[in-house]
Write a protein that binds this ligand. Structure first.
Ligand code: HEC
Ligand code: HEC
Ligand code: HEC
Ligand code: HEC
Ligand code: HEC
Length: 407
């Protein structure tokens, strides 16, 4: 039967062909994960998610720290109080990313697995990191994101649990990896320096280089030696005790959440202060016992050493405050204005004049994460921001009276 509408038939044929073609075309279209992996691989190392995308090592069925914690009970309890576990929920971090159009960069270290991220970046416009195109992660699990630097970010690669020794266990496949007994794993995030011309932010984590150039780096004493103290205990419930390392990562000891952080006796403070009265000045000797500059890491960190001279009744006569840290301007573009930090192993003297009438002195050293004015800007007035690390006090011997003339 001749068709009364040959054109329509032609159109129908084209439509049918297009329908056949369409599924084929969408089959070739890379998945959001593939697009994301391709994009991140095209970026410099500082802009890549540190843990990649991982699948649970069978028979494990998910990657959450809470699931690892069912067997690794003690390690889980240490980790959950560490700054690593709080790297996403950290109130300061939350305030900062809410203001930031480049937050995809932040996610790469603070939630290092692609699995943890709500969205993945698949392209940026004009090669501008503040103009990302994002696609939703179809398997997004907010509880997993909230775990910040979770166990799997350091330990899971290619469907295998990697660790310092690779003991076989029926619980999951294991493999030994060199990065655990060195600085290499730590420096994936703690060494990242990159400038963004024309932007009001920069990436300035230089702890690895400070360490490498100091006495501990030269002697090959890696970060975990100080930041993951040794302990003898079962690695998992039911396993025999073995030497391992505490997953606490103590640092300056300023907690992120009130009364919740690693025990403070795991690491001595980095700065060691001695004070000696010498003539008309109190001489302070400041020594850096840490493995890198003091402070290190975030450029907003600083240390203060406050010296007060007191009259015989204990009233302050003079107060001297020494600030040790970096100063940056952030606008119109980031620029380091000055930096009087102490390199690892270095000592520095500071002289505080003793006023007439002084009978005693007091010296207080404090570590600070962030200045009070920045706290107010971020509306973080309840955020713990400082800790006293050392307090010294002493009396000044009154000047000897002139020896009485001989009778
Ligand atoms: C290359 C990895 C990396 C990237 C990218 C990154 N961070 Fe961090 N961040 C770190 C490390 C390492 C520290 C720990 C240094 C320290 O505490 O001094 C840190 C610490 C912080 C802290 C806590 C500072 C303190 O003194 O306690 C905040 C807040 C923070 N980052 C915000 C951000 C924001 C916002 C972004 C994105 C603009 C970002 N970070 C991107 C690695 C990274
Ligand atoms: C069903 C219990 C169980 C679960 C769940 C579990 N593990 Fe294990 N894991 C073990 C046992 C048992 C060992 C062996 C301990 C030993 O050799 O003393 C072990 C060993 C390890 C090791 C040491 C590897 C080495 O170098 O020898 C690491 C690291 C590890 N697990 C990480 C994880 C992580 C991360 C998770 C979660 C993604 C996890 N485990 C989940 C039971 C478990
Ligand atoms: C995947 C990225 C990543 C890796 C790997 C990593 N860190 Fe961190 N680390 C961070 C971030 C991010 C913070 C800060 C989180 C915050 O303050 O919000 C941090 C904080 C710290 C702190 C500061 C604690 C404090 O509260 O003052 C220490 C110390 C530390 N890390 C040591 C280490 C050591 C040692 C290793 C290697 C075993 C390591 N880190 C591996 C990202 C990482
Ligand atoms: C920031 C990276 C990082 C994170 C996060 C992390 N680990 Fe580890 N883990 C290490 C390093 C480094 C070692 C090697 C310590 C050593 O030299 O013995 C280690 C060692 C281990 C070991 C061997 C036993 C020991 O104490 O040394 C087990 C088991 C383990 N981790 C499980 C876990 C579990 C479970 C979690 C989460 C609750 C976790 N790890 C989170 C870095 C990490
Ligand atoms: C010799 C021991 C030692 C070694 C090695 C060491 N650290 Fe530290 N680190 C310290 C001490 C002590 C502090 C506490 C500083 C303080 O009192 O504020 C500290 C503090 C930190 C902080 C918090 C920021 C600050 O200034 O308080 C970070 C982050 C950190 N270390 C990372 C690392 C990394 C990454 C490595 C390896 C490249 C490393 N550390 C090697 C002793 C060490």
């Amino acid at each position: 039967m001749p068709s009364p509408h040959p054109h329509r038939r032609l159109l129908l044929a084209i439509a049918a062909a297009a329908l056949l073609l369409l599924p084929a075309a969408s089959r070739d279209e890379p998945s959001p994960l593939q697009q994301a992996q391709r994009f991140y691989a095209s970026r410099p190392p500082e802009e890549q998610p540190k843990g990649g995308h991982q699948t649970p090592p069978a028979p494990l069925t998910d990657l959450r720290a809470a699931s690892c914690g069912a067997c690794h009970v003690e390690i889980y309890d240490e980790w959950r109080r560490s700054t690593h576990a709080l790297a996403w929920i950290d109130p300061q971090f939350q305030q900062e990313i809410q203001k930031s159009p480049n937050r995809w960069l932040c996610n790469n270290c603070h939630t290092p697995l692609l699995n943890q991220m709500a969205t993945w970046t698949v392209a940026i416009d004009d090669n501008d990191v503040e103009k990302p195109h994002n696609l939703p992660n179809p398997d997004f699990d907010p509880a997993f994101r909230d775990e910040g630097i979770t166990c799997a970010a350091c330990h899971v690669r290619d469907g295998v649990i990697e660790g310092p020794e690779g003991h076989p266990t029926p619980a999951h496949p294991t493999r030994r990896a060199e990065r655990f007994r060195s600085e290499a794993l730590c420096l994936e995030c703690h060494q990242a320096v990159r400038e963004y011309p024309g932007k009001t932010f920069t990436c300035t984590f230089n702890t690895g280089q400070e360490w490498a150039q100091g006495p501990f780096g030269k002697a090959g004493v890696p970060c975990p030696t100080c930041h993951m103290p040794e302990v003898q205990r079962p690695w998992a419930q039911g396993a025999p005790p073995r030497p391992g390392r505490r997953h606490a990562w103590p640092g300056a000891g300023i907690y992120k959440l009130k009364d919740f952080g690693p025990p403070l006796d795991l690491l001595h403070p980095g700065l060691f202060v001695e004070a000696t009265p010498q003539g008309d000045a109190l001489t302070l000797t400041l020594t850096n016992r840490a493995g890198h500059h003091l402070p290190t890491g975030d450029p907003e960190r600083f240390i203060t050493v406050t010296t007060t001279l007191l009259d015989p009744q204990g009233n302050p006569l003079t107060t001297d405050t020494l600030r040790i840290g970096q100063r940056w301007q952030w606008w119109p573009q980031p620029k380091k204005l000055d930096d009087n930090r102490l390199p690892s192993g270095a000592s520095r003297q500071h002289h505080v004049p003793i006023p007439p009438g002084a009978a005693a002195w007091r010296v207080t050293a404090q570590s600070h994460r962030i200045a009070p004015e920045a706290l107010t800007y971020h509306q973080l007035d309840d955020y713990p921001a400082s800790r006293t690390t050392q307090e010294l006090r002493g009396d000044l011997t009154p000047p000897q009276p002139d020896p009485a003339p001989a009778p």
